[in-house]
Design a protein around this ligand. Structure first.
Ligand SMILES: Nc1ncnc2c1ncn2[C@@H]1O[C@H](COP(=O)(O)OP(=O)(O)OP(=O)(O)O)[C@@H](O)[C@H]1O
Ligand SMILES: [Mg+2]
Length: 362
């Protein structure tokens, strides 16, 4: 029988990741103590917060790893809560010590970061920006991309609802916020911090600060792509996004109607004026399929998306039909629906652009 050592136990535990932080529990300093008596191993795990919702998951994973370790006859896993000092170290490991000081650059905003930022914009409200953001994010996640979504519509947040996650609360570790993860997508929204039915009354300057906080105080980890759902119009938030994320690209959403298209062009022009590339146009509510004959009905007019794409000299990336058939409790189209298929295709197109360094195809 092989001799058990502290190192062997530590190595056995190393592949276990904290379910929220997505980092090794060993690297995060969560393995507080290992006691070996003969073939019996007792491990103490320090959780970030008392009442950690994922405590059972962590306990099971540790027990399973110990049982599989050669030479272990019995094991015991004790769960404790981190001290302030342990928690500070945990946070530092996650965000890097640079975040401690004033004016430090949040990890995702550092110049060497490979994450691609795509803001979803429109001129008119209600054309489906949030629907496009959520469905594109979910479709990108299905294709294996590490995706985050920031609900930059601070007043009219709708991203958590579209993911069926409006009631979820993010885990807080000190002041570090874990994004809510659903459908493989990490999401952050004011929705999580505003008590129900309370009006959000921040003014202009607060908006920019809020957006910055979504980067500085949220542990996103490594992401391939971050989508930002903008409020309608060409307003302050779009400017804030452009300032905060100078490399961000834009997808412009429009409906086929002429008036929506006109305003969409203006939104796209603003992006271009501030030096931001527009990746392309998504036309939403393009048509409805007749449930009897399968014929396309153009209830909302025709040609808006194509016109916007031509005016902005970019590609029309997708035409999304008006569609029922969402996953229960969400605004995500079932993959088997026509709209679901369009989003899978759009995710492939956007994925291709990401791989090519997000160079807009003409
Ligand atoms: N392709 C579609 N098929 C069916 N319904 C849709 C489609 N796209 C959007 N909707 C519906 O239209 C409404 C508006 O969509 P959404 O909230 O995504 O628009 P928005 O542009 O984000 O609006 P706002 O400007 O208020 O932020 C929602 O009720 C949504 O469910
Ligand atoms: Mg919206």
């Amino acid at each position: 029988m092989s001799e058990l050592s502290q190192e062997a136990v530590l190595e056995a535990l190393r592949p276990i990741e904290d379910p929220e932080a997505h980092r090794s529990i060993v690297d995060l300093g969560m393995v507080r103590k290992i006691e070996i008596r003969g073939d019996h191993v007792k491990v103490e795990i320090a959780l970030t917060i008392t009442g950690c919702p994922l405590r059972n998951v962590i306990q099971e994973r540790v027990e399973e790893a110990l049982r599989r370790l050669p030479g272990v006859g019995g094991c015991e896993v004790v769960l404790g809560t981190m001290t302030d000092q342990e928690r500070a170290r945990f946070r530092e490991t996650l965000q890097g010590s640079a975040t401690g000081g004033q004016g430090a650059v949040p990890p995702l905003l550092r110049p060497e970061v490979k994450t691609q930022f795509i803001a979803i914009a429109s001129g008119k409200g209600g054309v489906g920006k949030s629907t496009v953001t959520a469905n594109l994010a979910a479709a990108l996640a299905v294709q294996g991309y590490r995706v985050g979504v920031i609900d930059a519509d601070i007043y009219g947040f709708s991203i958590p609802g579209l993911f069926g996650a409006a009631d979820r609360k993010p885990t807080l570790i000190d002041e570090l916020i874990m994004p809510v993860e659903v459908e493989g997508v990490k999401i952050m929204s004011m929705n999580f911090f505003v008590p129900e039915n309370t009006p959000v009354i921040w003014r202009g300057p607060m908006l920019g600060k809020m957006l910055r906080n979504f980067f500085a105080e949220v542990h996103w980890g490594d992401l391939d792509v971050m989508l930002l759902d903008l409020p309608p119009g060409t307003g302050d938030v779009a400017l804030d996004v452009h300032q905060l994320l100078p490399k961000a690209k834009e997808i412009v959403v429009t409906t086929p109607q002429a008036n929506a298209a006109e305003v969409a062009v203006r939104a796209g022009m603003m992006a271009l004026k501030t030096g931001h590339e527009v990746l392309g146009v998504v036309e939403n509510m393009s048509y409805a399929l007749c449930s009897h004959c399968g014929k396309q009905n153009d209830w909302f007019g025709r040609g808006g998306g194509q016109r916007v794409a031509e005016d902005l000299k970019v590609r029309l990336l997708a035409q999304v039909p008006l569609q029922s058939g969402v996953k229960p409790g969400t605004g995500l189209f079932e993959p088997s629906t026509e709209a679901g298929k369009v989003f899978a295709e759009l995710a492939k197109t956007v994925g291709g652009l990401i791989a090519a360094g997000l160079v807009a195809g003409r």
